[in-house]
Design a protein around this ligand. Structure first.
Ligand code: NA7
Length: 645
């Protein structure tokens, strides 16, 4: 525990750290920093915790990662005591869990609800941030952590006449807290992404008639949701250590599942079909990990896409409707694959109509109808399932000014630029959790959140122990990282889709592939290596004025008398401005790209060893919670977590 002065403890709105957002990222950040003795203030614009799960209350809202895995791992007591009731948790259950975490770890006293952060300005003299909030106040903090979420800025489409619609208009990403009842109403829904696909079957059961306005059809796999029994939970809890280790270190997407050992074209037609059928029957996101090259090879991808299109045709009775629902314009998985409960079946109901607004875009919205293709579809209520300004939208809403008054929005005008997705050059002491340039939305978010939070917490401890004033991404390191993120993305099929990963859902937003596709395991190792090398690629400062301010003012972290700085051997020493240049990012590229390829090919590991990677848990016939068998006789663990004989 550091010897913080009274004012460092948060009086007078002066804090060590301001955290923006009390979703899963903000809550865990708060927990870690409080544990380390930092004074922290979290500002949350909602009236409660939960972030995206606080706002996304639409009918049928459910996580697409299984509940036993979409949960914090930092506390074994928490993961042992919380009883998830279904394979995939519903939004209300996830929100209950978030509230439980807030209470269990006594987080609420440090969170100011109903308060949006409007602006953050870096004061170069004081080396601190001035944070302006919607309650008219200003707080000062040495560090700011943006835990603003990737899918939290709901996007209302710019459709002519929308404001003239006479009935209620709901957005799935900003759903009312009171119950919405569609009984007896003619409802229209625009958007068939994950939110639309989850809500359509539920709304169709209530509404008199549901008209689904579809621009682009989506690939969707049955969720096969089911209650979790006490036995299921107990079985999973027993293997939690391995599940969590695998999700962090080995999985591409932070999800415990089989590691495929072959490509789709390595199997004959019958064998391949059997495997796809087995995954379809099992349900869920792991459909895409049946083969190891579905995201890399168009021919391989086509086999999976064809299979799903066939399933749609088998399910939907009306041939024209089935054809409209079959995605053809992008490879499967290159937009986040959806998982559903009876989505395609819903189009067999007599009270559901599918309208193609790709061929005939919506002309306008009238007071009681949607006009498209020269026809008016009468509706009483309208649901916008039109998605988010993803990954950058919530950050862009805050007026963030770094060195020399540079705004983050100006700097990111041609696309977000970060080093490791964690920081952006010119914005010292400003961290982003699961920011663009990190695996974030391509992964189990909680795995990525915990990794970023732990890295940031360690970094702030390092700075406090060393009496450092600022940490800032080096422009060169940032450039190389941005290039690397791009390079890896373009070895895959992902950029072929007009997805929100690319910013393509927002007119005028630059088309840049935003998340890092190299996998959570390799990414974690890169981040760890950067830290181990004294925060390589970051500039760390111990300016004289910071020392002076530390004596006279409360805004800087005091340095514990006993603390000894853990400087790396390569450090030039405790100079006024300490910089380590980035020199070893390039080898990561080859390695990260290789890690996307077939696991059985020999390749170099970052530890210098090489060898084929054996599979992780594999047993297609076992229930998913028990799929933990692995061949322990043929593996050797190197530092990277890769396995070799
Ligand atoms: P998505 O996946 O971005 O889906 C939005 C949907 O809305 C998609 O079908 C869009 O069609 C459609 N859309 C957006 N704007 C318009 C306009 N102007 N006119 C017609 N249709 C429009 O958002 P979700 O909320 O469903 O899911 C986001 C993520 O949350 C999801 O990936 C999961 O990770 C959880 P388009 O495809 O752009 O043609």
């Amino acid at each position: 525990m550091s010897a913080l002065s009274i004012s460092d403890r948060g009086e007078g709105r002066t804090y060590d750290v301001v955290v923006v957002g009390a979703g899963f990222a903000g809550m865990y950040m708060l927990y870690r920093l409080r544990g380390l003795g930092f004074s922290v203030r979290v500002y949350e614009q909602g009236s409660g915790v939960g972030g995206t799960w606080y706002w996304n209350r639409y009918p049928g809202a459910r996580c697409d990662v299984e509940s036993m895995q979409y949960s914090y791992s930092f506390s074994d007591e928490l993961q042992q005591e919380w009883d998830w009731t279904e394979r995939y948790a519903s939004q209300p259950e996830i929100l209950r869990y978030a509230n439980h975490v807030a209470d269990r770890f006594n987080l609420r006293p440090h969170i100011q609800f109903d308060t949006a952060v409007q602006a953050c300005a870096f004061d170069e003299d004081a080396n601190s941030w001035s944070v302006t909030t919607s309650d008219g106040g200003t707080a000062t903090a040495k560090f700011v952590v943006l835990a603003t979420g990737c899918l939290s800025n709901a996007r209302k489409p710019d459709i002519r006449g929308l404001d003239r619609f006479k009935g209620p208009v709901y957005h799935t990403g900003n759903w009312p807290h009171e119950e919405v009842n569609f009984t007896g109403l003619r409802v229209g829904i625009i958007g068939t992404g994950s939110s639309g696909i989850q809500s359509v079957p539920v709304i169709a059961e209530q509404a008199k008639h549901l008209t689904v306005f579809q621009r682009t059809p989506n690939y969707s796999i049955p969720a096969r949701n089911a209650p979790l029994s006490g036995e299921d939970r107990a079985a999973f809890r027993k293997i939690y250590p391995e599940v969590r280790r695998f999700a962090r270190e080995e999985a591409k997407n932070g999800i415990y599942t089989e590691v495929p050992d072959r490509g789709a074209l390595d199997d004959g037609d019958n064998e391949r079909r059997c495997k796809y059928e087995a995954r379809w029957a099992r349900g869920g996101l792991t459909f895409m990990s049946v083969y190891n090259n579905l995201a890399l090879d168009k021919g391989a991808n086509d086999t999976a896409a064809d299979f799903v299109r066939e399933k749609i045709a088998e399910t939907v009775e009306d041939r024209a409707t089935a054809k409209l629902l079959q995605p053809t314009s992008y490879p499967i998985g290159t937009k986040r694959i959806c998982i559903d409960t009876d989505y395609f079946e819903t189009f067999n109901r007599p009270n559901v109509t599918l309208v193609d607004i790709k061929t005939n875009p919506i002309e306008e919205i009238l007071p009681h109808a949607v006009r498209t293709g020269g026809k008016d579809y009468e509706i009483d209520a309208l649901v916008l399932a039109t998605g988010f300004d993803a990954m950058t939208g919530s950050v862009a809403k805050i007026d963030i000014r770094g060195r020399d008054g540079l705004t983050l929005n100006r700097k990111w005008a041609e696309g977000p630029k970060t080093y490791l997705g964690l920081m952006s050059a010119g914005f010292p002491n400003l961290f982003i959790i699961t920011g663009p340039g990190s695996p974030s939305v391509l992964s189990n978010m909680i795995v990525s959140i915990e990794q970023h939070v732990d890295w940031i917490a360690d970094c702030l401890s390092f700075m406090r122990d060393g009496g450092l004033g600022t940490i800032e991404a080096e422009p060169t390191a940032e450039e190389k990282w941005v290039a690397h993120v791009n390079e890896v993305a373009y070895t895959t099929l992902y950029p072929q889709a007009n997805s929100w990963y690319m910013g393509a859902n927002i007119p005028g937003k630059p088309r840049v592939f935003m998340p890092y596709i190299g996998g959570v395991g390799p990414y974690r190792q890169i981040c760890n290596e950067v830290a181990a090398k004294g925060y390589q690629g970051f500039a760390l400062t111990t300016p004289e004025r910071a020392r002076a301010a530390a004596v006279s003012g409360p805004r800087l972290l005091s340095r514990p008398a006993s603390a000894r700085m853990r400087r790396p051997a390569t450090s030039p020493g405790n100079t006024d401005k300490v910089r380590w240049t980035i020199s070893t990012i390039a080898p990561w590229s080859a390695w990260a790209i290789a890690s996307l390829a077939q696991p059985e090919t020999r390749r170099d590991h970052p530890c210098g060893s090489s060898g084929p990677r054996t599979c992780g848990p594999s047993d297609d016939s076992a229930p998913y919670v028990r799929a933990s068998r692995r061949d322990s006789t043929t593996r050797h663990e190197c530092r990277s977590g890769y396995l070799r004989p």
